[in-house]
Design a protein around this ligand. Structure first.
Ligand code: IDP
Ligand code: MG
Length: 160
């Protein structure tokens, strides 16, 4: 019985999760990572990173025309971020649920933003919005060799 092979027949996605500079400054790194870790997802990449304006602009290129775009780029480049790649069955949608609504006032209690943030412009964490963007963003933020291929010993206890 090879549980990781059985599970691979289900849809295994990857998502890019980023703790924004406010999350790092406020000492929420461990708290936020632990939400994904406890859920059972597989951590494939992790780093503390100071991103350039160019990278932030590329990451948020779909929002280029928004009035808040310059402030968003200033926010994301205002200090180190924590970059993470997580893998799992349905991880993109599941991570969005764990994170909660974009506006923390609308985010349910129990979600990261619902518990830990107040304003949209300081909403502590990013999560990819589709499996395609998950792959695009992981490729954008991580270099080759920065991701690990490994299997959790808990897989048979996480997946039927
Ligand atoms: P998401 O992070 O929940 O996917 P998006 O609409 O993709 O939300 O927006 C990306 C980020 O841009 C948000 O997380 C937030 O930091 C910022 N943002 C979105 N809308 C506003 C706004 O109206 N004012 C200020 N910042 C905003
Ligand atoms: Mg988004």
């Amino acid at each position: 019985f090879l549980p990781h092979l059985v599970a691979s027949m289900e849809q295994v996605d990857q998502t890019y999760i980023m703790i924004k500079p406010d999350g790092v400054q406020r000492g929420l790194v461990g708290e936020i990572i632990s939400r994904f870790e406890k859920k059972g997802f597989l951590l494939k990449g992790l780093k503390l990173f100071e991103c350039t304006k160019e990278l932030a602009e590329e990451h948020y290129k779909d929002l280029r025309e928004k009035p808040f775009f310059p402030k968003l780029i200033d926010y994301i480049t205002s200090g180190p971020v924590v970059c993470m790649a997580w893998e799992g069955v349905g991880v993109v949608a599941s991570a969005r649920k764990l994170i909660g609504a974009t506006n923390p006032l609308q985010a349910e209690p129990g979600t990261i933003r619902g518990d830990l943030a107040i304003q949209t412009g300081r909403n502590v964490v990013h999560g990819s919005d589709s499996p395609e963007n998950g792959l695009r963003e992981i490729e954008l933020w991580f270099k080759e060799g920065e991701l690990c291929q490994w299997t959790q010993v808990q897989v048979p206890w996480l997946r039927e």
